[in-house]
Design a protein around this ligand. Structure first.
Ligand code: P5A
Ligand code: ZN
Length: 479
C-alpha cells in the first residue's frame, strides 16, 4: 500500500507549514519575521540529530567550544571579501542600556571573525596544530530573500559550525575531504539524498578559496543547500595574523577550513520522507520509534490492556524508544492519526484476536502495511521492521533524487525541464565563468556548480559558446 503524496508534492509549502505546526515541531507565529519556536516534539528531533552530529565530530578529533555572540565591528571587517558580502545581512547592537556603544557590536552572522582572533592567540607552534573545533549556536542573518520556517530564517538556531587550522595546504585539503565524508555519513544516517557540487567561483563562501556544497531536492522540485564545506586557504590567516613556528623555527600562516549545517537539515529530513498523512521518521531520529495502541473490545478491555502493557514493557526493556497510548477519551482511529502525523515508524496494535491467538499486529508508517507476529517474537520483529523501514526510506528518497535529476543538451530543453518538472539539470559547460553566468540567466535558474570528486561523463559542447565541454554544470531553482 502506498500512502498518498498528492498534497506533499503539489502544495508542498502549505503541507510543510501545516505539518510543522500540527505535529508540534515548530511554531512559526512568533512575531518577528524569520524566527520560530522549537516545540517539544520538534526539539526532541533536533536533539537526536545533534547527538549524531556531535558523535561524528567528536570521534574524528573535533572539540566542542562556545564563543560569544557579539563581534566588534573592527573584527568583523578584518577580512575584506567576508565583510563585503555579509555587511548587508548583519544585525547591529549599538546601545547598552542608556549608553551609545563606542564600538558597534554585530550579532554573529557566522563565527569566523569571532573565532580567528582567538586562533591568533592559541596557535604559536606546529605542535599546536591541527586545531579542530566546532560549536552549535544561533547566528543572525538579516536575509532579504523570502524567509521560510527552518529553511531560510533570520535567527538560525541550529547552526553547527566547525573551524580548523593546519600547517600545510595539503592538510587543509585533506580536512575538506574528511568534512565531506562526515557530512555524507550524517546525511546517510538521516536517509537524506544529496548531490555534492563545487560551487561556481562567483558563488563561493565570502573569504573562501572554494566551497563544496551538499544539495537535496525538496518535494516541490526546488533544491535546498543543506551543508557546505569551505577551503579558506590563508585568506583569514593573513587577515587575523594566525602564524605558527615550524620545526626550523620559521613562521608561516596556517591553512584553514570551515564547514556548517543548520536546521535546514531538519527541514529536509521532515520534508523528503513525508506524505499526505504527515511525517515519516527514520528510526535513528524518531523520538518515539514504536507506539503500542490497545484496541478496546467490549468486556475484554482489562486483558487487552494487560497484554499491551506487557508488550510495551518488553520493548522498553529491549532499549527501544516506545510509548503506550492508553488515552481513554479518544478512539484508536484518532490515535493512529496522531502518531502517523508525527511520523512514528511503527505501531503495535493489540486487539482481542491478538490476545486470543498470542499475537501482535504491527503497522509500518512508511507504507502502512500490516503484519502479524507471535508475541514471543515482537522485539525481534520490531527491530527487523525498523531496519526495513529505514532501508525503504533511503531507497525511496534516493530514487526521488534520481528521478528529479535530468540531462539537457541545449538551453531550451534545460529551461523547459527546470520550469515544468524542477529538480536538477546537468548541462555540458566549458567551465568559463562568463558562460556559466549567462547559462544561469538563459535557463532562469541557479548554478549549483560542478560535480565534486566524481568521474563525470562529459559529452557534447558548452550550450552557451559551443566550445568543447570540459565539465557539466548543475542548474536548479534553489531555495
Ligand atoms: C561554514 C560554517 C558558513 O557560514 N561558516 C561557518 C561557514 N557557511 S554557509 O554556507 O553560509 O552556512 C552554512 C549552512 O547553514 C545553512 N544556512 C541557513 N539555514 C537556515 N536559514 C538561513 N538563513 C541559513 N543560512 C545558511 C545552509 O545549509 C548553509 O549551507
Ligand atoms: Zn562556454
Amino acid at each position: 500500500m502506498k500512502p498518498p503524496r498528492e498534497k506533499w508534492r503539489k502544495s508542498f509549502s502549505e503541507w510543510f507549514h501545516d505539518v510543522l505546526f500540527r505535529a508540534e515541531i515548530y511554531d512559526y507565529r512568533y512575531p518577528i519575521k524569520g524566527t520560530g519556536v522549537w516545540m517539544p516534539y520538534g526539539f526532541k528531533i533536533r536533539r537526536k540529530l545533534l547527538e549524531i552530529v556531535r558523535e561524528k565530530l567528536d570521534s574524528t578529533g573535533h572539540h566542542e567550544v562556545l564563543f560569544p555572540l557579539l563581534i566588534p565591528e573592527d573584527m568583523l571587517s578584518r577580512e575584506g571579501e567576508h565583510i563585503k558580502s555579509f555587511e548587508r545581512e548583519v544585525y547591529w547592537v549599538t546601545r547598552g542600556g542608556e549608553e551609545e556603544l563606542g564600538v558597534k557590536l554585530a550579532l554573529r552572522p557566522t563565527s569566523e571573525t569571532a573565532i580567528y582572533p582567538m586562533f591568533n592567540l592559541w596557535i604559536q607552534s606546529y605542535t599546536d596544530l591541527p586545531v579542530k573545533i566546532y560549536q552549535v549556536v544561533s547566528v543572525f542573518r538579516y536575509e532579504t530573500k523570502a524567509t521560510k520556517p527552518m529553511i531560510r530564517v533570520r535567527e538560525v538556531t541550529t547552526f553547527k559550525e566547525a573551524h580548523t587550522a593546519h600547517a600545510t595546504a595539503e592538510e587543509a585539503e585533506e580536512q575538506v575531504r574528511e568534512a565531506v565524508q562526515i557530512y555524507k555519513e550524517f546525511f546517510d544516517a538521516m536517509k537524506i539524498p544529496y548531490v555534492i557540487s563545487v560551487r561556481p567561483n562567483w558563488d563561493k563562501f565570502p573569504g573562501a578559496e572554494y566551497s563544496v556544497a551538499f544539495d537535496t531536492v525538496m518535494p516541490d522540485g526546488r533544491t535546498l543547500q543543506i551543508g557546505t564545506v569551505h577551503n579558506l586557504g590563508q585568506k583569514f590567516a593573513k587577515a587575523f595574523d594566525i602564524k605558527y613556528m615550524d620545526r626550523n623555527g620559521e613562521f608561516s600562516y596556517v591553512w584553514q577550513t570551515c564547514y556548517g549545517i543548520s536546521e535546514r537539515v531538519i527541514a529536509a529530513l521532515l520534508s523528503i520522507h513525508g506524505d499526505d498523512h504527515g511525517l515519516v521518521l527514520p528510526s535513528e531520529i524518531a523520538p518515539i520509534q514504536v507506539v503500542v495502541v490497545p484496541i478496546p473490545y467490549k468486556g475484554r478491555d482489562d486483558e487487552i490492556l494487560a497484554e499491551s502493557r506487557r508488550i510495551y514493557q518488553e520493548l522498553a526493556s529491549a532499549g527501544l524508544r516506545v510509548i503506550i497510548d492508553e488515552r481513554k477519551e479518544i478512539t484508536p482511529g484518532s490515535k493512529f492519526y496522531d502518531w502517523e502525523l508525527r511520523g512514528v515508524p511503527l505501531r503495535v496494535e493489540i486487539g482481542p484476536r491478538d490476545v486470543d491467538k498470542g499475537t501482535a499486529t504491527l503497522v509500518r508508517r512508511d507504507n502502512l502495511e500490516r503484519a502479524t507476529c507471535g508475541k514471543e517474537e515482537v522485539v525481534e520483529e520490531v527491530r527487523q521492521l525498523l531496519r526495513r523501514i529505514d532501508e525503504a526510506l533511503s531507497e525511496r528518497a534516493w530514487s526521488w533524487l534520481r528521478e528529479m535529476t535530468s540531462k539537457a543538451y541545449d538551453v531550451g530543453e534545460a529551461k523547459r525541464i527546470i520550469k515544468e518538472q524542477g529538480g536538477i539539470v546537468e548541462i555540458p559547460w566549458c567551465g568559463k565563468a562568463k558562460c556559466g553566468m549567462e547559462l544561469s540567466e538563459l535557463v532562469d535558474a541557479d548554478l549549483l556548480g560542478t560535480p565534486w570528486d566524481e568521474e563525470v561523463e562529459v559529452d557534447g559542447s558548452c550550450v552557451v559558446c559551443g566550445a568543447k565541454a570540459s565539465t557539466i554544470a548543475r542548474a536548479a531553482r534553489a531555495y
